[in-house]
Design a protein around this ligand. Structure first.
Ligand code: PBG
Length: 333
């Protein structure tokens, strides 16, 4: 075989021959400082309901949530993202979503009272609160109305911010909601409450286990979210979405899901240089767990490899249900 002119002077394997040199030349790392843990909460006390399609994850009542947050803080996790399971009080106007005595505001207040340092990220979207499981208010034809939905999202974001949320995180994909929420926060002197915008959120089937977890899948039935979430085939459109959210005042932008959209994550980071988050979603987590339970994959190694792929593509922040696992793995090495 004809050799390249540089052979044998260039031998990339020199830098791979031993741990010290592999460590010194490693380009990306994942640490506890990168991680946010999404958790499902419900009413009651001492409740811990395992989620079948997300092995290792449970829906927790607020008292149990506080124990978990204590552990998270001890391990160095940076943030907790809250997702409610609304068992009573759903309607088609999502009026429970901005009840200041609702589950989410109470959970936020409880966390902030005991663990003020950990970041609290609250989900702004209506799907846990609507009978039909869509993220907005519908008209008679079943179309999710944009501006009417925005009015409710603003109330919900304010309600969470007043309860003490550090970041409100609109995951609904309505047009113009970031600007409206930013304006409302400013008008209410909530200048330091941040917005993490789910800017490039795709209409993905990888959300299946999440919808089981919050109990919206049965309500959704065969319906989909293609009239507001992005089509999986589109890339340039994601950049336009991100540009809009930044112009409207987003502090952090998010790409979601993670692994199937690494190209989007990379492009968003390259183009905007914004603090960028990625959501390793429920279905991605479930795939790893399921394969590991069958001994088809090494869970720890494939999980770490997944996290590194997010860092390599440009993520600053990773939302993952495996956050505790990642930290435990890192501690071993
Ligand atoms: C809805 C919402 C979803 C997720 C986070 N917020 C599901 C959806 O859009 O139907 C999915 C997260 C996951 O799958 O882990 N507002």
């Amino acid at each position: 075989m004809k050799q390249l002119a540089s052979y044998p002077f260039s031998r990339p394997r020199r830098n791979r021959q031993a741990p010290y040199i592999r460590n010194l030349t490693q380009e990306n790392w994942v640490t506890a400082n990168d991680l946010v843990y999404p958790v499902f909460i419900l009413e009651g006390e001492r409740r811990e309901e395992p989620i079948l399609s997300m092995p290792g994850q449970s829906r927790l009542s607020i008292d149990m949530l506080l124990r978990l947050v204590e552990k998270a803080q001890m391990l160095g996790l940076q943030g907790i993202a809250l997702f409610p399971v609304i068992e009573a009080g759903k309607d088609n106007l999502a009026s429970e979503s901005y009840n200041s005595d609702g589950l989410v505001p109470r959970a936020i207040r409880a966390i902030k009272a005991q663990f003020p340092k950990i970041g609290v990220f609250s989900d702004v979207a209506l799907d846990p609160y609507t009978l039909h499981g869509q993220d907005g208010i519908m008209d008679e034809q079943g179309y999710v109305l944009n501006d009417v939905t925005n009015e409710v999202l603003v109330k919900q974001a304010l309600c969470h911010a007043l309860a003490g949320a550090d970041f409100v995180c609109p995951s609904d994909m309505m047009d113009g909601r970031i600007g409206l929420i930013r304006a409302a926060l400013e008008q209410n002197n909530l200048h330091n409450v941040g917005i993490m915008a789910y800017s490039a959120k795709y209409a993905s089937k990888f959300y299946g286990p999440f919808r089981d977890a919050i109990g919206s899948s049965a309500n959704l039935g065969n319906a989909d979210k293609f009239s507001y979430q992005m089509h999986p085939a589109n890339g340039n459109e994601a950049l336009r979405e991100v540009a809009l959210d930044i112009a409207e005042g987003a502090d952090i932008v998010m790409v979601k899901p993670g692994l199937p959209y690494l190209d989007i994550l990379y492009r968003v980071k390259q183009e905007f240089k914004m603090p960028t988050a990625v959501y390793h979603v429920s279905g991605e987590y479930a795939m790893l767990k399921a394969a590991a339970q069958n001994d088809w994959l090494d869970y720890e190694a494939t999980l770490l490899e997944t996290m590194l792929s997010f860092k390599r593509a440009g993520a600053d922040i990773i939302w993952t249900y495996a956050a505790f696992d990642v930290i435990n793995i890192l501690r071993k090495y």
